[in-house]
Design a protein around this ligand. Sequence first.
Ligand code: NAD
Length: 263
Amino acid sequence: MDLGIKGKIALVTASSKGIGKAVAEGLAAEGCVVAICARNKDDLLTTANEIKKKYGAEPIWCVCDLNKLRDIENTFYTVTRQLGKIDILVNNCGGPEAGHFQDLTDSNWQAAFEQVLLSTVRFSNLVVPDMILQEWGRIINITSVAVKQPIDNLMLSNSLRNGVIGFTKSLSNEVAKYNVTVNSVAPGYTLTNRIYDLAVHKAKQVEKSHEAILTEMAKEIPMNRLAGAEEIASAVVYLASKTASYITGNTIQVDGGLNKGVY
Ligand code: NAD
């Protein structure tokens, strides 16, 4: 199927590794002109080289700490100066700190708010005016299955990601008439550094191996396995496509059936 996004300018945030990197690859495979950003320059260079080898075009990259407004603005201006107006924005972020309510401090909450919700608001705020002017745009926010079914020990993620869902729905209502769609993809357990780190964290608490924890996670999932990052990316790329022109304000779960609820 031709997804109709060849040549579109796409910015994927927090994209040197994991789901963000897989999304950048998926968009590059569709012929998008891709920009990536994250905090670590070496990781960005490695990812940019890998994408160039696989898809022939090197993404532009920008060092960006999503918790800093100045870095977000710098990334936006670097990308638009070098590539032009952004057509597709994928708001991904690193996972907020794990912990139960009583483990978390005020500064943990503040950092998670800036990373998960405020970075999404800030990047959207920068790209939306041009999307409205050109009467085309796609914003896809990466959240988590936790927005439907909170995950034990992830108080910050469980709380703040639903702010992203509220933002997604509200913004989608405001910009739909300009042909700009805003959706969220909610991944289930996905094989990346994040899930490995969470498994190691939990393994220490319950005195088991992290391998045992990963096996237990897989058993919770009807598909009996964790996702590959590229399986999450496929849904994001579809929502970014011309084909998905009438889908907006939605949260698409990509979780192998992990969320046991009807909705
Ligand atoms: P990951 O740890 O593999 O990759 C995270 C990426 O974010 C890396 O490129 C990292 O450099 C970047 N990053 C981290 N903090 C940053 C910051 N402050 N500024 C800029 N870049 C930053 O994580 P992942 O598994 O790919 O997860 C991506 C998102 O999806 C996370 O928010 C995570 O919580 C969420 N999620 C993941 C899973 C899963 O099972 N892996 C499930 C549900 C939701």
